[in-house]
Design a protein around this ligand. Structure first.
Ligand SMILES: Cc1cc2nc3c(=O)[nH]c(=O)nc-3n(C[C@H](O)[C@H](O)[C@H](O)COP(=O)(O)OP(=O)(O)OC[C@H]3O[C@@H](n4cnc5c(N)ncnc54)[C@H](O)[C@@H]3O)c2cc1C
Length: 549
């Protein structure tokens, strides 16, 4: 074993939280080293939509959109089921805008308002219906990254649009060929790729040390203070000493079966994030005596799994990992509904993805089973003629993961679900969907429900239309997550707390490795990256300003 390196602040994990913490600590005067276990960096953030939700943010102020601290806090407090800590919640609300302003000044972020994107709980005090808090990344020029352009993990897909240009952000998804060619020639990329690209560029411009394929294994505890970490690099064990602090930024634990089954309140079988999120930082925090918060929760999202679709390898020891895709617009568009194995609907399909988990994870005491898992999205030929299912566009050949049948009973039999009940369910749904109504679950009543719908149709018809014209189609839906959001408890300055609530000197955390400041609440689009960037900023600042003891 060699003592390879000494730094002031050591950041573990080069995703959104880690790169933000690195840049901030550097600007506060510290020497910084970032270690990343993958051969490519960026983590979940690099394959994400990159949307950032921050209340009363600089872009809102510039546009004169009214917002304030009290409204934001009222919004969260109305949604709190006892899992939020006042100090970290207030730190997010108070520092979010400062974090964005700082990153913007450093050239590490360029965000624009996603016009019209509503908060997710519009009936709550302080919610904003017409958008402003959710921000989209401007396209970023990857040619400025040199060799590092290929060292960002993009899951094999290059995104050349802003999210607001796609149906997910209210756009058409159509870019004129000349404009697309300009973007290809200039290597312009959007979404999370732009977010991570800009953060990385800012770090590289400052010569911040970035070590890839360097996996943190164990924190070094010197008389109660965290002073470094043991890593594995190129198969060799090494130590890195951190004179001021270590920032955990390793993402969630959604790919660790033992942690999931120990802590989560229900099944999370099909995560949408890359498989490098194996709870490494959480395990290190636990060994240092960290207290935990919010452990039963995740950034839930229903997902579908295309057979044969795997995450590309990323250097770190990685088993073959099924790639699962978020199901957002498919369950919201007209001529579709979702049923369980009994052939019954169980929710407003267009509800926000994170809150929907409660319906999917409903437990039936009679059968001692999660009776809504898996669920099935049922569509008719009107749907398929107009709308996509994941990457399958109207007119494309059908892949094997989409089940097809000429009538509903045959579809039910192929799926192994109750055929008679499915016909009854669809018939009842159609009676009302024809009039753009859903008396059973209220689908289409909220502005949010309609946002992901077909907005060429008026009112609730944006999301409601009968499932009536064969052939019929189905895909299996499981419970996934964009990441977990429980972990090590911190205080408002991102210092990790022990089980007694005392600071563990030298240890900081940000992103999905910590107990999320907004608890289990996904406030609106960008509701995970908002707190992640904010706590990355706070952690970087705190660690850099720590006096070495
Ligand atoms: C498809 C998809 C779309 C999404 N879209 C959005 C969106 O638009 N807006 C939003 O707010 N959220 C979105 N999310 C969620 C968001 O991306 C995550 O919540 C966020 O990226 C978490 O940031 P993080 O820095 O904590 O973790 P990550 O970005 O996952 O980074 C963690 C990094 O730590 C590294 N690491 C792990 N263990 C070690 C170790 N032992 N040693 C060294 N390095 C290690 C990992 O390899 C990884 O690079 C999306 C998620 C998915 C899956």
């Amino acid at each position: 074993m060699t003592n390879a390196l000494i730094t002031d602040v050591l950041i573990i994990g080069a995703g959104a939280a880690g790169l933000t913490a690195a840049l901030t600590a550097h600007e506060c005067g510290a020497t910084v080293t970032v270690i990343e276990k993958g051969a490519r960096l960026g983590g979940t953030a690099a394959i994400s939509g990159g949307i950032v939700w921050v209340p009363d943010n600089p872009q809102m102020k510039a546009k004169g959109i009214a917002d304030n601290r009290e409204d934001a806090l009222a919004y969260f407090r109305s949604l709190d089921h006892g899992e939020m800590s006042a100090d970290t919640l207030e730190a997010f609300v108070d520092e979010g805008s400062n974090a964005l302003e700082f990153l913007n000044e450093q050239g590490a972020l360029e965000l624009h308002i996603l016009d019209g994107y509503p908060d997710y709980y519009l009936d709550r005090p302080g919610a904003i219906t017409d958008g402003g808090r959710a921000l989209d990344n401007a396209l970023f020029d990857y040619s400025t990254l040199g060799d590092w352009a290929d060292k960002i993990y993009n899951g094999g897909d290059i995104v050349r649009m802003m999210l607001l240009e796609t149906p997910l952000g209210g756009g058409t998804g159509i870019i004129e060929p000349e404009e697309m060619q300009r973007r290809i020639d200039g290597d312009l990329r959007g979404w999370g790729q732009a977010l991570i690209g800009r953060l990385l560029k800012a770090c590289l411009d400052r010569d911040i040390e970035l070590l890839l394929e360097t996996s943190a294994r164990e924190l070094i505890n010197t008389e109660g203070r965290i002073t470094g970490v043991r890593v594995t690099k190129d198969g060799v064990d090494q130590t890195i000493s951190a004179e001021q602090g270590v920032v955990l930024a390793t993402g969630g634990f959604e790919w660790d079966e033992a942690l999931k089954s120990t802590f989560l309140r229900g099944p999370l079988t099909a995560p949408a994030s890359p498989p490098t999120n194996t709870g490494d930082g959480l395990k290190m925090a636990l060994s240092a005596g960290a207290g935990l918060g919010n452990m039963t929760s995740a950034w839930w999202i229903p997902t579908l799994s295309m057979s044969g679709s795997q995450w590309p390898e990323n250097g770190a020891p990685q088993k073959e990992a099924q790639r699962s895709l978020p199901v957002l617009i498919e369950r919201t568009l007209p001529h579709s509904l979702m049923v369980n194995r009994q052939g019954k609907r169980f929710c407003n399909e267009a509800n926000n993805y994170s809150a929907l988990a409660g319906a999917f994870q409903s437990f039936d005491p009679a059968t001692y089973d999660y009776h809504n898992l898996p669920a099935y999205l049922i569509m008719d030929s009107q749907y398929l003629a107009r709308y996509p299912i994941a990457s399958v566009m109207p007119g494309d050949p059908l892949p094997d993961w989409i089940v097809q049948a000429s009538d509903l009973p045959s579809l039910a039999n192929t799926l192994g679900i109750d055929a008679e009940q499915l016909e009854t369910t669809v018939s009842a749904f159609n009676t009302h969907a024809t009039n753009a109504e859903d008396p059973e679950f209220g689908r289409g009543e909220s502005t949010y429900d309609r946002f992901y719908g077909d907005r060429s149709r008026p009112g609730a018809a944006a999301t409601l239309g009968p499932v009536a014209v064969g052939p019929f189609y189905a895909v299996e839906i499981n419970m996934g997550a964009l990441g977990t959001n429980g972990g090590a408890k911190t205080n408002a300055t991102a210092q990790v707390l022990d089980v007694h609530g005392d600071v563990i000197p030298g240890l900081y955390g940000a992103g999905n490795v910590i107990s999320n400041p907004t608890g289990s609440v996904y406030a609106g689009a960008g509701g995970t990256l908002g707190p992640t960037l904010t706590f990355g900023y706070i952690a970087g600042k705190s660690a850099a300003q720590t006096e070495t003891v």
